[in-house]
Ligand binder design. Structure first.
Ligand SMILES: NC(=O)c1ccc[n+]([C@@H]2O[C@H](COP(=O)([O-])OP(=O)(O)OC[C@H]3O[C@@H](n4cnc5c(N)ncnc54)[C@H](O)[C@@H]3O)[C@@H](O)[C@H]2O)c1
Length: 341
């Protein structure tokens, strides 16, 4: 199988190594806007360098991965779809939910498989939590809590194009709670603040460095999502699901970045996770292996454009709630798109 990869920054360079190590991938064609980066990554992983995204598609790839900045996801995904090539697009599918709706409608009309990158769906503990809910082991769900705490913010240049903490970071929590519970969010109430570090980088992007979001699901289950860009002890990704019969938690491994103040406690043994790529390395690899199965026609898309659209509206509702100080219902803001919009 011949795959293409567009964008070789933090996540793209990591994906290049994963893809180059897969037995099923015979050739990897890579490109970045910075030619020296293309050459460096191609050399390191034994890939074929290409001059542009168009050159990647012209190389006759069987599938293409988009890990370029968020602003380019829609355009590059649709370029792959127009070429009839299965696409893996890093989250988010597009900078705004309305644009994501438009891309999703075009993808569905074209019938070309597109997978969106939400790696928690491939984390063994998150999968086990979902299986427990699906089997009914928790009974009727009452609460779900999801957390993503970054030890340090991304660069200011990244923040400016990120869409804000809800679209960029909390969106992973929104996808996880929706996927694990199997329920839809109907209402969102969010707040946020600045104060972890230099506030100017965030304020310039109209963003906050810390956020809390309350979710109401269609069956009355309540969700709490918390996020910060300044969690000094490490990278914390956790999920709890509580039902009338039982409760489960994902993310309680020895790398959990919490100092347990219970006297005599030896858990977590450490060292704490410090970066998303070390906490989720296994999940990222499984996610790309799943995409290879999609390209080979062996599996259905595990995280669809419709999933990406649903969580984009949750993130948008949270953003609007932050700015207006009131709860926002998804139904009051969601605008469906039709092909040709
Ligand atoms: N799923 C996840 O957990 C996860 C994690 C990190 C990033 N992401 C997403 O991945 C995307 C990239 O994030 P990042 O942290 O790697 O950003 P980054 O800024 O480190 O890398 C982006 C790269 O894309 C290149 N680029 C810019 N324009 C290009 C073009 N026209 N063609 C080819 N390459 C181009 C840049 O030169 C850069 O090397 C973002 O949309 C982000 O939301 C997802």
């Amino acid at each position: 199988m011949k795959l293409g990869l567009i964008g070789l920054g933090r996540i793209g360079a990591f994906h290049a190594e994963t893809l180059a190590a897969l037995d099923t991938v015979d050739e990897l064609v890579v490109t970045d806007a910075v030619p020296a980066v293309t050459e460096r990554v191609a050399d390191r992983v034994g890939a074929t360098p290409a001059g542009s995204p168009a050159d990647v598609l012209a190389a006759g790839v069987d599938g293409v991965l988009v890990a370029a900045p968020t602003a380019l996801h829609a355009e590059l995904t649709l370029a792959g779809v127009d070429a009839g090539v299965p696409v893996f697009c890093e989250k988010p599918l597009a900078p705004t939910p309305a644009e994501a709706e438009r891309v999703a409608a075009a993808v569905t009309a074209a019938g070309v498989p597109v997978q969106v990158g939400f790696p928690r769906r491939f984390d063994p503990a998150f999968r086990a939590a979902r299986a427990a809910v699906e089997k009914g082991e928790l009974g009727k769900l009452r609460t779900v809590r999801s957390t993503t705490l970054d030890p340090a913010p991304p660069p200011a240049s990244y923040l400016a194009g990120s869409g804000g903490i809800f679209h960029d970071c909390a969106v992973h929590d929104f996808d996880a709670v929706r996927w694990v519970t199997g329920r839809e969010v109907v209402e969102v109430y969010a707040t946020g603040s600045l104060g972890g570090g230099d506030p100017d980088a965030f304020a310039a992007a109209g963003d906050v460095d810390t956020a809390a979001t309350m979710l109401t699901f269609d069956d009355g289950t309540l969700g709490l999502v918390s996020n910060t860009r300044f969690n000094g002890r490490g990278y914390d990704v956790r999920l709890e699901v509580h039902g009338v019969a039982d409760s489960v938690a994902a993310g309680l491994d020895d790398g959990l970045p919490l100092r347990n103040t219970h006297p005599g406690a030896t858990f977590p043994a450490g060292p704490p996770h410090t970066f998303f790529m070390d906490r989720l390395a296994t999940a990222f690899r499984a996610e790309l292996a799943a995409f290879v199965d999609v390209v080979a026609g062996r599996a259905a898309v595990p995280c669809t454009v419709d999933d990406a659209v649903a969580v984009a509206w949750i993130a948008e509702a949270a953003t609007r709630s932050l700015h207006t100080g009131r709860p926002v219902r998804i139904a009051e803001i969601r605008e469906p798109a039709t092909v040709g919009d």
